[in-house]
Design a protein around this ligand. Structure first.
Ligand code: NCD
Length: 318
């Protein structure tokens, strides 16, 4: 694997392979000194053209735990603001000697375009409405560990609720969850669904209440108000009344059901309950797992495969 651009490029076996590798990274992260020399001498550049705190710091932490050198380019302080083109930015940084770019961009397809201008590996950290493959992997990892499904999601019922239309997380998660065998239902008002979902391997519903008791996972999406040009819901209060996770709805979930959210969360809108008070909430596990999944991806792209230090207890290598 040279790049990670689109979760659709990975089949079920490739996803499971990365999740297995993530198990080893979780073990490393639990050590008193959570750092290994696997990517010593490699340079990873975080190039974020869109605001992000959690994804950028997650990639940053992941690269450092593998001992890579990390450069962070925030676009607000870069020459992009002096009119430099994306191509010139990439070629200039490549000339400094770089092994991977982690790219977030508001335009769909930007990470794929960049592969033409550099020989470094590209990791898509979110492009427009299109893809967010490491989010899909960390979500799969979180479900797999929390529901003890090491080999696949056959029979799992997952609802993805809310602003599907603007969501690269929804597009990526649908592909990954269904590749692993889950049954996915999109739940949203018609204005927050893509215009045509006929090619999507999902069911569509406008009635969250009817589905609740049968769900294994309820995945709430952020209302992406910065991407909306028009008012797509009458009011946020009305949205919450029909599609938000209220205390009454949370009480109707099965005892084992998981509640997930990619963050950042609009408290009181998608979630009208405090996730800390929900037994099924794995929102913080998603964040923790994000670091381990990104370590696995960087190691897969840049590691030689043999230099991941052995598990101190079992002596096994991935
Ligand atoms: C997601 C994103 O940026 O696509 N968040 C994230 O990666 N932390 C989801 C979102 O912004 O709603």
């Amino acid at each position: 694997m040279k790049h990670l651009l689109d979760i659709g490029d990975l089949d079920a076996a490739a996803i499971v392979h990365l999740l297995d590798l993530t198990d080893h990274m979780v073990e490393i992260n639990r050590r008193p000194m959570p750092k290994v020399p696997a990517l010593r001498g490699k340079t990873v550049v975080n190039l974020f053209f869109e605001d992000s705190t959690r994804t950028r710091t997650s990639f940053d932490t992941a690269a450092r735990r593998l001992s890579a050198d990390v450069m962070n380019f925030a676009v607000s302080s870069s020459s992009v603001n002096k009119g430099e083109s994306l191509r010139d930015t990439i070629e200039t940084i490549t000339a400094m000697g770089v092994d991977a770019f982690v790219v977030r961009h508001s335009s769909s397809g930007a990470p794929t375009l960049i592969t033409r201008w550099t020989n470094a590996s590209i990791v898509n950290a979110g492009d427009g409405w299109h893809q967010h493959p490491t989010q899909a992997l960390l979500d799969c990892y979180t479900i797999r560990t929390a529901l003890q499904r090491p080999t696949g999601f056959d029979g799992l019922r997952i609802a993805i609720v809310g602003d599907v239309k603007h969501s690269r997380v929804a597009r990526s998660d649908v592909q990954a969850f269904t590749a692993l065998g889950a049954h996915v239902t999109l739940v949203a008002p018609p204005t927050l669904l893509p215009p045509d979902t006929s090619g999507w391997p999902v069911d569509v519903s406008h009635d969250l209440d009817a589905l609740l008791p049968d769900l294994d996972v309820v995945y709430l999406l952020r209302m992406q108000r910065e991407r909306m040009r028009d008012a797509l819901v009458p009011s946020l209060r009305e949205y919450t009344a029909r599609y938000g996770l209220t205390p009454e709805r949370a009480a109707r979930l099965a005892p084992h059901a998981l509640v997930m959210h990619p963050g950042p969360m609009n408290r009181g809108v998608e979630m009208a309950v405090d996730p800390a008070e929900l037994p099924g909430s794995v929102v913080l596990q998603q964040v923790t797992n994000g670091v381990a999944v990104r370590m696995a991806v960087l190691f897969e792209l840049l590691g030689s495969g043999s230099d991941l230090p052995a598990d101190t207890e079992t002596g096994t290598r991935p």
